[in-house]
Design a protein around this ligand. Structure first.
Ligand code: ADP
Ligand code: MG
Length: 694
């Protein structure tokens, strides 16, 4: 349970004075959460220095200045297009305040003629005259000092005024408690890091632009806190999984041999190495927790099947869990014939197996008559019991979730866990997502793949693309047409896809289908089937196709608004085609003008098909924050740490976490207690809970 000392930080922002439901909702949208802590973790990215307070005559054009002035004449506009002007003076000179579309009564109220006011904004020269258009602040003289400072600039959202937001942040800082320090005192001293609350205050009261840089001491401390919480949580979860003694899962290779014999091809050397590593882990008495990394199409499923066969050789069962229904069905379709030819019984369990079918599946698993099961998260509902589950394979594609891994492995008391991911994650990110988990990487593609032809085109050549597609369709080609992510709204995504669908349908008629995340599972399956084996030749899709879906004879992919996707994500999408031996084409449509950075990213994609290299480049060019389309990826999103800058802090945090658990395994010392607070501060509740049972 969350320690009481943190309660004030997890209060809703609407409990702050001046924050009502409307502002509360905007803050929630902006900060990704509506609690004080979310507000505090939303850091300024720049400053506006309002300390420059010259007399009007000396004011430099182009600079932000804070001026104390006497309000003069109001010149009201004669028509809507003209601005409202107010003359102000300070004895040294005069300046016009300029307002477009202003309300007269408002201006009369805030700038009454003859009174003294303090205004702050950018001074501009207009011919010989000085002016200030829409001052950022207009305050009475009494508030001058409050204004004369470096003002933090926050990333903002529409409808929320920086002033309102700034006030809310100050109120949240006020309410923030001092927290016991979880840092190693020697480290804190060496780095000259402030205490937690002081660091938060410093971050929101920057004095210079240095103070908002990733290298500022307060920022580095905040980043370190976040990374330490991440690394400690991973270490705890891992320890918890390992606590259950493992068992040696051994076999004579008989069933594995039958599987390989049933294959129409030989394993690649990457696959052989991965299988060896996995078998070695399974044979060892400790529990296996291994990651199998490889691009879509690199042959992970087969490696997993061989591991599953090993579990059966040992007289036990194995399960494979997929993130979506489509994918579970697809895995099942791939595995079933191979499993059967090796004499293994295999079954499917998703949310759609109901009633008698489901009862039969459950009975088979409980009695042990079923060797292998493929399914979705339906696999770990409470009534699913195994006779003896020795291996759980979790296919995460590119979603990650420690929770799911824990839940599935709880089904088999000593169950080994193999996590498959199609995301070639850079090493730095591996560490944040998995801690020190062992990994096998499939770096080679199976032989016989046709070469890549990836081209980037401006979106105004759409008509040409459609023509070219028509020619390919007439020759029997199948194509994906991927519509972009529109902001973060799934609804808009769907609308964009529906529009494109309607357009292509006009051109190509009944050969065009549509799939998106809002369709029911049964509808998705029907569309996919019609694309894989039926009359559909063009599948318009939102990014749902990213997860799963295997149509080996699809050879064309068009992706719209590529500039909105991450490189790794584009690579994933592209991996959906070119799976057979036919040449294939991937057309990347962008909206010009393309930034330097975006151009560099597209070039990498054209140059290479190596997912690991693409991922590294993406991290360099975009930073971890934007990698992989973050939110969908389920990779930890850091609010305070920026891995492009704080990579060395991550390594420090990893070592620190290991050392802590070595010295104070149950976190009972004073520092240990403080570290528990840290875990809850960053909402690593599940990891913190493992301490109780320990
Ligand atoms: P992943 O799970 O990594 O996406 P799959 O296991 O689904 O990849 O393999 C993709 C395709 O490649 C499948 O059609 C599979 O039969 C084929 N394949 C796998 N391994 C090999 C190999 N060693 N040689 C030739 N084809 C292979
Ligand atoms: Mg696969």
């Amino acid at each position: 349970m969350r320690p009481e000392i943190l309660f004030p930080l997890f209060r809703p922002v609407t409990t702050l004075s001046g924050v009502g439901p409307r502002v509360g909702a905007l803050i929630e949208k902006l900060c990704g959460g509506g609690r004080l802590i979310d507000l505090l973790f939303h850091l300024p990215t720049g400053i506006v220095d309002r300390r420059y307070a010259p007399r009007i005559a000396e004011a430099e054009a182009g600079r932000v200045a804070t001026l104390s002035v006497t309000v003069g004449d109001h010149q009201k506009p004669r028509n809507r297009r003209q601005p409202y002007k107010i003359e102000v003076t300070d004895g040294s000179g005069s300046l016009s305040l300029v307002f477009f579309h202003a309300r007269d009564d408002y201006l009369a109220k805030v700038l009454p003629e003859g009174e003294t006011r303090v205004v702050s904004g950018v001074v501009e020269r207009y011919g010989d005259a000085l002016q200030m258009t829409h001052p950022d602040h207009i305050v009475p003289v009494a508030e001058r000092d409050r204004l004369l400072r470096a003002e933090p600039v926050y990333p903002m959202t529409q409808g929320l005024s920086p002033k309102t937001f700034g006030r809310a942040v100050l109120a949240a800082l006020e309410a923030a408690p001092e927290l016991p320090d979880w840092l190693d005192p020697a480290v804190a001293a060496r780095e000259a890091w402030p205490a937690w609350r002081a660091a938060m205050a410093a971050l929101h009261h920057p004095e210079t632009s240095m103070d908002v840089s990733p290298d500022a001491p307060a920022r580095r401390r905040a980043a370190y806190d976040e990374l330490l919480a991440n690394q400690l949580a991973l270490a705890l979860v891992r320890r918890d999984m390992r606590k259950v003694a493992g068992r040696a899962v051994t076999g004579d290779g008989r069933i594995m041999d039958r599987v390989t014999a049933a294959l129409p091809f030989a394993l690649t050397s990457s696959q052989t190495r991965a299988v060896d590593e996995i078998v070695r882990d399974m044979t060892a008495p400790e529990r296996m927790l291994r990651l199998l990394q490889g691009d879509v199409g690199s042959g992970k499923t087969l490696v997993a099947l061989l591991a599953m066969a090993r579990a059966v050789e040992a007289g036990a069962q194995a399960a494979m869990m997929a993130p979506t229904e489509i994918l579970a069905r697809q895995h099942f379709a791939t595995l079933e014939p191979l499993a059967k030819s090796a004499g293994l019984s295999i079954t499917l369990l998703t949310g759609r197996e109901k009633g008698k079918t489901r009862d039969a599946v459950l009975a088979g698993l409980a009695e042990g008559t079923t060797d292998l099961v493929v399914g979705t998260h339906a696999l770990f509902t409470d009534d699913v019991a195994f006779k003896d589950l020795a291996l759980a394979v979790v296919d995460e594609q590119h979603r990650f979730g420690v929770h799911q891994r824990l839940a599935i492995s709880a089904k088999g008391r000593k169950c080994d866990v193999l996590v498959m991911t199609a995301t070639p994650i850079p090493r730095t990110l591996m560490l944040t997502a998995y801690g020190d988990m062992e990994a096998s990487r499939l770096t080679e593609k199976p032989p016989g793949r046709a070469p890549v032809d990836t081209r980037a085109l401006p979106a105004d050549r759409l008509a040409e693309v459609v023509d070219g597609l028509g020619r390919a369709l007439d020759k029997g080609a199948k194509a994906y047409w991927v519509c972009p992510l529109v902001e973060e709204s799934e609804k808009l995504d769907v609308a964009a896809a529906e529009d494109r669908f309607a357009h292509l349908k006009q051109v190509f008629g009944e050969r065009v289908g549509l799939i998106h995340g809002r369709l029911k599972a049964s509808e998705k399956d029907a569309v996919m089937e019609a694309f894989a084996d039926g009359p559909l030749q063009v599948l318009v899709a939102t990014t749902v196709i990213e997860v799963g879906v295997d149509v080996p004879d699809a050879t064309v992919m068009v992706i719209e608004h590529v500039e909105r996707f991450g490189l790794a994500q584009l690579h994933q999408l592209r991996g959906r085609i070119g799976r057979g031996d036919k040449p294939w084409t991937c057309l990347l449509l962008y909206s010009p003008p393309l930034s330097e950075n975006a151009r560099a990213r597209l070039n990498i994609l054209r140059e290479t098909d190596d997912g690991f290299r693409i991922a590294e480049e993406d991290l360099k060019l975009r930073g971890a924050g934007e990698l992989l389309g973050t939110r969908q990826s389920g990779l930890p999103i850091f609010k305070l740490a920026d891995l492009a800058h704080h990579g060395e802090l991550l390594a420090m945090a990893r070592d620190d976490a290991a050392l802590i658990l070595n010295r104070d395994a149950a976190l009972t010392s004073a520092r240990g207690q403080a570290l528990r607070v840290l875990l809850y501060l960053f909402e690593r509740d599940a990891a913190a809970r493992t301490l109780r049972s320990g």
